[in-house]
Design a protein. Structure first.
Length: 202
């Protein structure tokens, strides 16, 4: 399950036992209002495709479909190498993952900090800038292992791109969204699938 958790939270998502949530800080950072509004209001009833390009030693490109009821309730769908759809759902209380063709679902308690604001909560410094039509925010992380550059599309009120860099300034991953749609999402998308054996995970 952690594999999918890292993927989404590396884009602000989600996201859960990954680099942004692992390092807590007591330092208080003033979050710019636009960035705060994005996470509080921008991820309500929205769906999009996320493309993640890893540029380090293990180069790869992956895509996933993301549906957000809000910044703490969201669904990730990704097709694996066997052409099987893997689904992962986060709610404020629990998160679960399953193969649509399988007969079981893995469930575990969710950390209340595992929402799209995790990357901001764990920043020790935020620097605002401009790149074309985007407002950029460079976030130094508490663990000092990453520098995250967020590109905010003011018109759509959403993070359109996230670049993750190492302390040397080298790009580790580029995460971009496409096929953005704002539609009323059915609550059933965020409910446990019926007819599958529940396996509790710690």
């Amino acid at each position: 399950m952690k594999k999918y958790q890292v993927i989404i939270l590396s884009f602000i998502m989600v996201l859960t036992a990954c680099q942004f949530v692992s390092a807590q800080t007591d330092e208080k950072v003033t979050v710019p209002k636009q960035l705060d509004d994005v996470f509080d209001k921008g991820y309500v009833d929205i769906s999009y495709t996320l493309t993640q390009t890893l540029t380090g030693a293990e180069k790869s490109v992956s895509t996933m479909e993301i549906k957000c009821k809000n910044s703490s309730t969201y669904r990730i769908e990704q097709v694996n190498s066997k052409n099987e759809k893997i689904v992962m759902v986060f709610t404020p209380q629990d998160c679960w993952t399953y193969n649509e063709k399988g007969d079981s679902v893995d469930v575990q308690k969710n950390n209340p900090d595992n929402d799209f604001k995790a990357i901001v909560k764990n920043a020790t410094k935020i620097t605002e800038g401009v790149d074309g039509k985007y407002t950029t925010y460079t976030l130094d992380s508490a663990d000092k292992k990453t520098v995250n550059v967020i590109y905010v599309d003011a018109k759509e009120n959403i993070v359109s791109k996230l670049i993750v860099k190492n302390p040397k300034g080298e790009t580790m991953s580029v995460n971009e969204i496409s096929d953005l749609k704002r539609v009323k999402l059915d609550d059933s998308l965020f409910k446990m699938p019926e007819g599958k054996k529940i396996i509790e995970k710690k």
